[in-house]
Design a protein around this ligand. Structure first.
Ligand code: NAP
Length: 449
């Protein structure tokens, strides 16, 4: 890989890069099939990703005609890597085995190790024979929607494709590695004013929030909408907050510490609920919700907005869904993409139907939605929310921070990039977007440390 890195760093031509040999093995973060039952019976909180995320050499897979080999300069931690590393709700090897049965190329994925990671920035090194729009030397970011575009079901909204998968979670050969294989229809141009790691942290979370709020397929926020955002400084929440502000809406962001409240204010979000300081307890015990707490939250939010939220951006799941359905405005929308605290959801259906509210499901984003989000990152309208950077060898430490809800925004991971801050090719644009905006999460995290 050193030869490939040297070529990238010396700005070698695409032709020279194309002529480089692809190594037979590469360094990658992966979990092992033989360990998938090691935590049976443990509480989630006691499962430590540092014990299951191994960083070692793995064999380089053969390239399919519609794929590229990507030299991964940087990647990021997403919650799905936490799920994979703690083998919850299911070990991901079942996904790989299913993909393995689908086609000759799918068979490559069903291995006894799973290379994880669903974000990447890097350089295209080689392209398969069917790749038309990308070439060696292209600097790209990667979105994680993995679809077979020869299936008819992929051609309205590709998130509806029968065999839609999340790359690096439901497929092997993900982005937390020095090399990856990526379908050509996952590639997007890297924002020129951002470093490798700043470019790598966005695609999964930002595109998810874009589809939930802005795209045609979920809540379709309008100018002036009030949007209530759980985890508003978290991975998806921090992009949601920016999208609401950019789109002429008013966000109410929920956080769990004064530092996070300050961060939200610094992003321009005026209305903040510190759920910890307020002591909200929506469940009085494991089986019983406390409707008085829903009412208390509704009153607090109405006190801020003078109205109820048009949209609730929901992902904590079991712990908050009852409250989310309750506080949403008559006719409003609860848009959900996850269930971090538990997926067996309970809410009072009377509050939904009598007030004509809708619960809308959303999952990642199709290529067009991801592309539109990437464009907003490229113009600087949306900025990365990266609070820290880790070396690939310390990927377990980074995943543990996310597992423990100790990180704001996103954590970047350096793969081939030997240090932070590399890969910026348009300094003037960076200046016009503003170093202060780009580094907000980093500065806030540093001042907290
Ligand atoms: P994250 O960076 O850990 O942020 C989540 C935020 O949610 C935390 O910062 C926390 O904020 C808040 N939170 C956590 N538990 C909570 C609870 N019980 N009640 C209220 N708030 C809680 O994670 P993320 O990257 O934003 O992802 C969030 C979830 O979405 C994960 O489950 C992830 O797997 C899922 N996801 C799904 C998709 C998809 O395509 N379907 C895409 C991305 C992520 P405070 O403590 O500050 O309130």
């Amino acid at each position: 890989m050193q030869e490939i890195l040297d070529a990238i760093q010396s700005d070698a031509s695409g032709e020279d890069i194309a002529n480089l040999a692809i190594p037979e093995s590469y360094r990658a973060a992966h979990v092992l099939r033989e360990e998938q039952a090691m935590w049976d019976g443990y509480e989630s909180a006691d499962k430590d990703p540092r014990e299951t995320l191994h960083v070692d050499e793995v064999a380089t897979p053969e390239l399919a005609p519609d794929e590229v080999y990507l030299a991964v300069m940087a990647s990021s931690i997403n919650f799905n890597t936490v799920w994979t590393s703690i083998f919850e709700p299911l070990p991901t090897f079942a996904f790989l085995d299913r993909l393995g049965k689908e086609s000759v190329w799918g068979k490559r994925h069903a291995l006894d190790y799973h290379v994880v990671g669903s974000d990447a920035s890097g350089v295209v090194v080689k392209v398969g024979s069917a790749v038309r729009n990308w070439k060696p030397g292209d600097r790209v970011t990667v979105h994680c929607n993995h679809v077979d575009d020869q299936d008819h079901s992929a051609h309205n909204d590709s998130m509806q494709a029968a065999n839609q998968r999340i790359w690096g979670f439901e497929t092997n050969f993900g982005g937390l590695a020095d090399l990856s294989i990526v379908k050509a229809n996952q590639l997007m141009p890297k924002p020129t004013h951002l470093s490798w790691e700043e470019s790598a942290v966005n695609a999964l979370c930002a595109s998810t929030s874009y589809r939930m709020l802005v795209g045609d397929n979920a809540a379709r926020m309008k100018q002036g909408d009030n949007v209530f955002i759980w985890g508003a400084t978290g991975g998806i929440g921090a992009y949601a907050t920016q999208l609401v502000l950019n789109g002429g809406g008013t966000p109410v962001g929920v956080v769990s510490s004064p530092e996070r409240a300050e961060l939200l204010n610094a992003m321009g979000c005026e209305f903040v609920v510190d759920r910890k300081a307020e002591g909200y307890r929506f469940w009085s015990d494991e089986h019983t919700q406390d409707e008085r707490e829903w009412r208390r939250l509704g009153k607090q939010v109405r006190g801020m907005l003078g109205d109820d939220p048009d949209i609730v951006f929901e992902h904590p799941g079991r712990s908050t869904m009852g409250a989310s359905v309750f506080i949403t405005k008559r006719g409003g929308k609860i848009v959900t993409c996850a269930a971090t605290s538990g997926y067996m959801i309970e809410y009072d259906n009377r509050h939904l139907w009598m007030k004509l509210k809708s619960i809308i499901s959303s999952h990642f984003a199709n290529y067009q939605e991801a592309w539109e989000m990437n464009r907003l990152l490229g113009t600087g309208a949306i900025v990365p929310v990266m609070s820290d950077v880790f070396a690939l060898d310390h990927v377990g430490d980074a995943a543990l921070k996310v597992h423990r809800n100790e990180a704001e925004g996103k954590l970047g991971v350096l793969c081939l990039a030997p240090e932070e801050g590399l890969g910026i090719t348009d300094r003037a644009k960076r200046e016009s977007v503003g170093e202060d905006r780009i580094n907000l999460f980093r500065r806030m995290a540093a001042s907290k440390a």
